[in-house]
Design a protein around this ligand. Structure first.
Ligand code: GLY
Length: 421
């Protein structure tokens, strides 16, 4: 099958690796992907440009990696052109594009989530202060526009919460204040086709930049899968209590969801409560999760794109665990340095290293983004998988780069647990 993947990060590198065996095209891609796919430029913000490229390349399936093209209607344009696409319509992608919309859907579907209040840009500093009164001691402040998983500040410092809210309002977006959800977080990626929901393995991301969950929020610094601490029925409960009711509600609204629904949930005393939805695969959890999938990835993605997910045989998974550790550039996330040379023995081995933000320099790879590489590890135990990833990352050199040294450490030490009710 000829498959066009839209995007350029580590998630898209993982998608290409999972789709290998097919004729692959990636747009725009990054330097590390050239052995897996033909690379072409694209204006990914233009649905029409994506349709034109898909037609020119005779793509039989288009897989859209990031949220921005989905929210601008790329999947709608492809469907109208009769090209199978993995990714929800513009209306359905509002589950990620507007946090307020997601809250409305959850209220209608009876899904547990945080209490939220929204402040519009015209309400200004006064609106922020009045709303902050109603929250704390943990403040959760979200950009109610698209922020690629990076627009959230969680803090006990009221002044920091107010400053983030002000910055979001000044950028012209509404800001959402939420109550803090207790409990460890789960990222569960669900294939959704109308009312049919098929979960992938559950994963946990590490969103803060530095060890011990310190420093600013990032797009994600590392992840592991599956979750040894999750109750045995944990995945099924997230499907039954969150993904399936939301999928049904989207069908009832006449905007069925077809693509990947990323459920970000906190597992509190009552079970799962939704922190956020995304309309796409998560990054970097996908890099670990898809490395465990034995079923060829094209089968479930094509089934979703053609409305045949209900007929898909059960997905097959490898035994054991996978972990991924992100190598970040100096000064990530505030102002990542670019153009630094990267060296290491495994840079061209996609079983071990996926490229997130790299370009070709004169003598090899150079950094071209905040998150530069995603290093993968596998093992029979979570401890082995994590050790494997750190063994590989220690062999990579890049000036100013850093990575978290504690990915999955609390889970290995048995320090992550869920409250039973
Ligand atoms: N890993 C967080 C995200 O993809 O938004």
């Amino acid at each position: 099958m000829r498959i066009l993947v839209i995007g350029s990060g580590g998630r898209e590198h993982a998608l290409l690796k999972g789709l290998s065996g097919n004729e692959l095209i990636v747009a725009p891609g990054n330097a590390g992907m050239s052995t897996l796919a033909k690379q072409l430029p694209i204006d990914a913000t233009s649905p029409q440009a994506i349709v034109t490229l898909a037609r020119d390349e005779q793509a039989e399936l288009v897989v859209i990696g990031p949220e921005a093209p989905l929210v601008t209607g790329a999947a709608d344009a492809l469907r109208e052109a009769g090209i199978p696409v993995f990714g929800p319509t513009k209306a359905a992608a509002q589950l990620e594009g507007s946090k307020a919309f997601a809250k409305d859907v959850m209220a209608a579907a009876g899904v547990r989530t945080a209490r939220a209040l929204r402040v519009a840009p015209e309400e200004g500093a006064e609106g922020v202060e009045k709303t902050l009164e109603q929250f704390g001691p943990n403040y959760v402040v979200k950009d109610d526009g698209l922020a690629g998983g990076k627009g959230v500040v969680v803090t006990t410092d009221r002044a920091e919460a107010a400053a983030h809210a002000q910055a979001v309002l000044e950028a012209g977006n509404p800001v959402l204040f939420e109550s803090f959800l207790e409990g460890p977080e789960v990222s569960l990626f669900c294939l959704v086709d109308g009312e049919t929901v098929v979960p992938l393995l559950p994963a946990q991301d590490h969103k803060r930049a530095y060890d011990n969950d310190e420093g600013p929020n990032t797009g994600g610094m590392g992840a592991y899968t599956p979750l040894p601490w999750l109750p045995e029925d944990g995945v099924q409960r997230i499907v039954d209590e969150v993904a399936a009711p939301v999928a049904r509600e989207m069908v009832n609204r006449g905007t069925p969801y077809q693509g990947l629904l990323y459920v970000g949930a906190a597992w509190g005393p009552e079970g799962p409560a939704v922190v956020e939805f995304n309309a796409r695969f998560g990054d970097p959890e996908t890099q670990a999760v898809l490395s465990m999938l034995e079923t060829p990835l094209a089968e479930p993605l094509y089934a979703v794109a053609t409305g045949a997910l209900a007929d898909l045989p059960p997905l097959q998974w490898k035994d054991g665990y996978a972990a991924t550790v992100v190598l970040a550039a100096e000064h990530y996330p505030a102002s990542p340095a670019k153009g630094d040379a990267i060296t290491g023995a495994e840079l061209d081995n996609p079983d071990k290293v996926l490229h997130a933000g790299t370009a070709r320099g004169e003598d090899g790879y150079v950094s071209a983004g905040g998150r530069v590489l995603n290093v993968l590890g596998h093992g029979a135990t979570l401890e082995d998988a994590i050790a494997d990833a750190y063994r590989v990352i220690e062999g990579i050199e890049m000036r100013g780069s850093f990575y978290r040294k504690d990915i999955g450490r609390r889970a290995v030490a048995g320090e992550v647990s869920v409250e039973k009710h």
